[in-house]
Design a protein around this ligand. Structure first.
Ligand SMILES: *[C@@H]1O[C@H](CO)[C@@H](O)[C@H](O)[C@H]1NC(C)=O
Ligand SMILES: *[C@@H]1O[C@H](CO)[C@@H](O)[C@H](O)[C@H]1NC(C)=O
Ligand SMILES: *[C@@H]1O[C@H](CO)[C@@H](O)[C@H](O)[C@H]1NC(C)=O
Ligand SMILES: *[C@@H]1O[C@H](CO)[C@@H](O)[C@H](O)[C@H]1NC(C)=O
Ligand SMILES: *[C@@H]1O[C@H](CO)[C@@H](O)[C@H](O)[C@H]1NC(C)=O
Length: 161
């Protein structure tokens, strides 16, 4: 329980720091309220990602329990094959924040068991945003709202999953 509380506090501070330092950047909660899990079909994360725009400076938030799931960032070939010839990054502690610092395609999957084969894989195209909208007042509050949504999602996740 203490660990959960610490994680929540850490999540809050990350979100607060994120929203004051870079007001135009978005935290994307991968899979929405369902988080990072082995989905019922192989298109679940594609369906989630096609509704989003990913921009350099945004963050991905993967909600998962350590040791049940993990995240591996791989090449397209490894992603398509669910193979692990060239693992670029690996995150084993959940929840995990990933900074999107480079434009281009990014490939992630869960490296445990047959989770990748079952569809626990995410590919996104990160673009260089113009951030022209960031200066207009209307958009400054968005990351905070998304941050709050993330926090509630995380709390719900901790309590019920
Ligand atoms: C995949 O699963 C999700 C979650 O249950 C569902 O919303 C979606 O419609 C499914 N997609 C297909 C193609 O069956
Ligand atoms: C993504 O970008 C397109 C084109 O700029 C825009 O029409 C769309 O509303 C954006 N979607 C989201 C969720 O921001
Ligand atoms: C799977 O990996 C093999 C080499 O190990 C490669 O030749 C092939 O193109 C890959 N398949 C896909 C769909 O990427
Ligand atoms: C991610 O970006 C935040 C600032 O938004 C920074 O504090 C943090 O150290 C970065 N994390 C990594 C792993 O680079
Ligand atoms: C990623 O998005 C950029 C900018 O919209 C586009 O030029 C590029 O072709 C896309 N890459 C892929 C692999 O779809």
């Amino acid at each position: 329980m203490v660990k959960e509380i610490l994680l929540v506090l850490a999540a809050i501070s990350c979100l607060l720091v994120g929203s004051t330092a870079q007001p135009s950047h978005v935290v994307h909660i991968v899979g929405g309220a369902k988080g990072w899990f082995t989905p019922p079909n192989t298109t679940f994360y594609d369906e989630w990602a096609t509704k989003k725009n990913f921009t350099v400076g945004d963050k991905l938030m993967f909600l998962f329990h350590s040791s049940v799931y993990n995240i591996m960032q791989v090449t397209k070939e490894d992603f398509d094959n669910c193979s692990d010839r060239q693992v670029m990054n690996r995150w084993i502690i959940g929840p995990a924040f990933i900074n999107l610092t480079q434009p281009g395609m990014h490939y992630y999957y869960d490296g445990i068991g047959l989770h990748c084969e079952a569809g626990q894989k995410l590919k996104i195209n990160v673009t260089v945003g113009t951030h022209a909208m960031a200066a207009s007042g209307a958009h400054v509050t968005t990351p905070k709202l998304i941050g709050l949504f993330g926090l509630f999602t995380y709390l719900a996740y901790s309590l019920f999953m």
